[in-house]
Design a binder for this molecule. Sequence first.
Ligand code: SAM
Length: 240
Amino acid sequence: MTQSLPANTPSNRPANAFSAIRAPKDVDFDMIYPLAIRKQSITHWSPVNVCRMAAQLLAQRPGTRVLDIGCGPGKFCAIGATTTEGFFTGVEQRERLVKAARDVMRQHQIDRVEIIHGNILDVNFRHYDAFYLFNPFQENILSTLRIDYDVDLDPRFYDSYTTHVQQQLLRMPMGTRVVTYCGDCMEIPNAYACTQTAFNDRLKLWVKKHASPEYARRSSADEDDTNQPPLVLSGGLCPA
Ligand SMILES: C[S@@+](CC[C@H](N)C(=O)[O-])C[C@H]1O[C@@H](n2cnc3c(N)ncnc32)[C@H](O)[C@@H]1O
């Protein structure tokens, strides 16, 4: 009798899948996911050790609200919530990944995680304290990074998503922390400085260091978007 690979249902996954949530190795951790999602891990989902370090850097105090911008199947959120005392929200546009993420949180009884099905364009960053990005928008401009055919991709989307994140980050208070993993970091405005790197510079911690008159005006103003600060379209500077 031929043995097929584990299928896409929890009941058909190996017994150790349910202790995998705390596994330090990706090959073990990824057993929490159905095969189709597991197969995409090496390219599209953050490695466990990156998730752990990013979560530590972002959730510095109990209850810190961390947003994963494009959370995929929730790997960073799951690891963040089980290794820190932060509260992790993931926003994800692909329904099948949202379902996978919610299934994992439910099956492993992971509290302090919320998965939102939606587009980053609809998210107000003021509800969060810190932010994580693993190259969420580049599949719009680099076809080799396409995850699947579930959503439309367009270079214009890359521009609008990047601009939205820049605008939102500009309005955050001084000291706001952002961690990026890979990518060109074009989402990070120059008001943020890169203060730490790891994993051969692929992980970067950014901290908002520079107040701008535009920011000061925004903090006392209402949510009227006509007063938005001018965008700084180059990525923030990071020491090589
Ligand atoms: C490279 S994956 C990273 C997943 C996860 N953050 C991690 O580190 O494992 C980027 C994710 O961002 C999602 N994404 C891209 N653009 C988005 C948008 N505008 N709104 C919400 N999610 C988006 C993609 O569907 C994809 O799942």
